[in-house]
Design a protein around this ligand. Structure first.
Ligand SMILES: Cc1ncc(COP(=O)(O)O)c(C=O)c1O
Length: 408
């Protein structure tokens, strides 16, 4: 499969769906189509956390840490394998927002952004990434410009290229936005950025793409690639990671430092050499080990196979829902992601989401404050998001569609 693209290999290895379901205890109790929110974890992910918590309980937190050190180190290798990067480029954090924020803060700490600096952001950028940029616009006069969408609804690479100039300091693009089914061509944007000779810092939000699509930090060419554990990766809540480029590691100094990201010396301090400079000292090692188990599980399944299955189920949901009177499928892009979004002509999105959930299917509601430019630009006041994972079935999609039909 082409990296960073939803295009599927014509013959990805088949997944054993019965086995995936047997390894996912939640499948017995819920129909969970909210994997873009927080997926059902495989039992092995929960087990990794419980085992470590029990070890902490019986021998002490620091002692458990020391005993699990090899497993903890291996999590960096797993994330590096997942993102086609090196372990010294990986920082483990508590969320995608924390990861993105650590990168952005390091950029601003190293060369403060201010009047005369332009930040270019995809129109579908996530609120938690846009808000710190808006803070600098308000407090320091940074200019924020949103990159227009192309005719297919995705970030327009040509328009982006024409916006570039020596005053562009930061480019922030979402790979798979939370609130629509599109996949931005973040590799083409990265290539266009570097071909222009720009030295702007490039931040890519891969929060919704890791675990559902192949993602290569090196092919994308991002200075910072941020992601979370709990969504399509099926890891624990409270986990996330950042993959930093060599340039970001050598040229940027995070703020604030702590005694893990730097060493306090008699005559000053020395910042850690790898991407651990973007981490903090204290962590939930149980959650971190759960993240490692989730990444290994996804790699064992095969990312291509997961991507193909998720695409198949999302496509089935889209085509089935498109035939329901009153329903509009909003997803854009030639190759949509595993996120399916709908509205109803007469039932407001909050009510539609609530009624589907009370009928027994987990879906979620997205509101304009998640991605203001995207929602306002398309006149959408709210939508229902359906996000299948590989362990879901066509029967579960049929159940959802039957519920939606019964509401109309
Ligand atoms: C596209 C996108 N980026 C970032 C985030 C933030 O992730 P986290 O809550 O782990 O910080 C989300 C969460 O839904 C998201 O969908």
């Amino acid at each position: 499969m082409r990296l960073n693209s939803p295009m599927t290999n014509p013959a990805p290895p088949a997944l054993d769906i019965e086995r995936l379901r047997a390894e996912t205890p939640g499948c017995e109790s819920v129909t969970h189509l909210n994997n873009a929110g927080s997926a059902l974890p495989p039992a092995i992910v929960t087990q990794a956390q419980v085992d470590h918590l029990r070890l902490e309980e019986s021998i002490g937190g620091y002692e458990a840490h020391a005993r699990a050190q090899n497993h903890i180190d291996a999590v960096y290798d797993s994330v590096a394998a997942l993102t086609h990067s090196r372990r010294d480029q990986v920082a483990l954090l508590e969320s995608a927002t924390a990861a993105w924020g650590r990168g952005f803060a390091a950029i601003h700490n190293t060369r403060p952004l201010g009047a005369g600096d332009r930040v270019l952001a995809s129109s579908n950028e996530y609120a938690s990434n846009v808000l710190p940029i808006l803070q600098l616009a308000r407090s320091r006069g940074v200019t924020v410009e949103f990159i227009p969408d192309g005719t297919d609804g995705c970030t327009d690479v040509g328009a982006f290229t024409s916006m570039l100039g020596p005053d562009v300091a930061v480019v922030a693009v979402n790979h798979c936005p939370s609130q629509n089914g599109l996949v931005n061509d973040v590799a083409a944007i990265g290539t266009a950025l570097r071909a222009s000779g720009s030295d702007a810092w490039y931040l890519v939000d891969a929060c919704q793409s890791v675990g559902q699509l192949p993602v290569s930090a090196s092919v994308i060419g991002a200075d910072f690639l941020s992601a979370t554990g709990r969504k399509f990766l099926r890891g624990p809540r409270g986990t996330g990671f950042l993959v930093a480029s060599d340039r970001a590691i050598t040229e940027l100094e995070p703020f604030p430092l702590d005694l893990h990201s730097a060493v306090w010396q008699s005559d000053g301090y020395e910042v850690a050499s790898g991407a651990t400079r973007f981490e903090s000292w204290e962590k939930s090692y149980a959650a971190l080990l759960g993240l490692g188990a989730a990444v290994d599980y996804a790699l064992d399944c095969g990312i291509d196979a997961l991507a193909a299955r998720i695409q198949q189920l999302a496509g089935y949901a889209r085509s089935s829902l498109a035939g329901v009177p009153g329903i509009t499928v909003l997803d854009r892009g030639a190759h949509p992601s595993g996120i399916v979004t709908i509205t109803h002509s007469s039932i407001p999105a909050p009510e539609l989401a609530a009624r589907i959930k009370s009928a027994g299917v987990n879906v979620s509601l997205s509101t304009p404050d998640y991605s203001r430019i995207d929602f306002d630009g398309h006149g959408v006041e709210g939508l229902v998001r359906i996000s299948p994972h590989a362990y879901n079935t066509h029967d579960e999609i049929d159940t959802l569609v039957t519920i939606v039909v019964s509401l109309t």
